[in-house]
Design a protein around this ligand. Sequence first.
Ligand code: FMC
Length: 266
Amino acid sequence: MAPRCDGLSDAAMKDLMAQAEKLPISTVVFVVALQAEALPLVDKLELIQDDKPPFPIGMPWIRFYGTYRDLFINVVCPGKDSTLGVDNVGTIPASLVTCASIQGIRPDLIINAGTAGGFKAKGASVGDVFIASSVAFHDRRIPVPVFDLYGVGTRKAFTTPNLVKELSLKVGNLSTGDSMDMSPQDEELIIANDATVKDMEGAAVAHVADLFKVPTIFIKAVTDIVDGEKPTSEEYLQNLPAVTAKLTQSVSQVLDFISGKCLSDL
Ligand code: FMC
């Protein structure tokens, strides 16, 4: 579990974080938007659902937990919309559940795992699993000096050169927006973000994790090709089950690699 940092000076906080980087990783929180993405992982790791999750009463957020090797694993999902019954996808639910999970679980590491659209022009194919090197938004356009940069909100992911090498994962930038389709304005910013994959949560999770200084990695499996011929939603729904299985397989390989290691070994 990560140390408490409340009330520390910047220098003391840096010192504490440097020390934490040299301790074996113990508590991992997976932020997963869809239950269809989370459940295969929950089954594989034999996690159980927390009937008293560390969240405010009445929230739809769900937590599964258990141990895998020497790791304390938590899978948190933003749950379902109370009126429509669909998963709470997108940046607002992802931010809220990330914030509550950091406060309630105090992870050493956050992993935002999920599906994404990929750009074939940047080398993505359906079923590829990417580790994001950086994340940014593509639908927060604020044409005022400095606010423009704030809107894009580019953040580096925690760097994992050894993990990427060992598992031969693809690496690319991730661009996040609250729409699954892509308007011409979104496209312009996605290109400016030099993104290979596009999702609806990553940069929001990064924003919150950065506030609390929790290292975060992003594992995204490609369900649809954004610059391809097939309509996005059709391709997404068709590929979701098989791609989710690939995501689960990669995530468990990632956990095998992480087990027994410190953050600085990744
Ligand atoms: N564009 C944006 N998001 C997604 C995508 C695409 N082409 N394919 N898959 C996704 C992810 C989002 O992050 C959501 O969690 C979910 O799948 C779609 O609602």
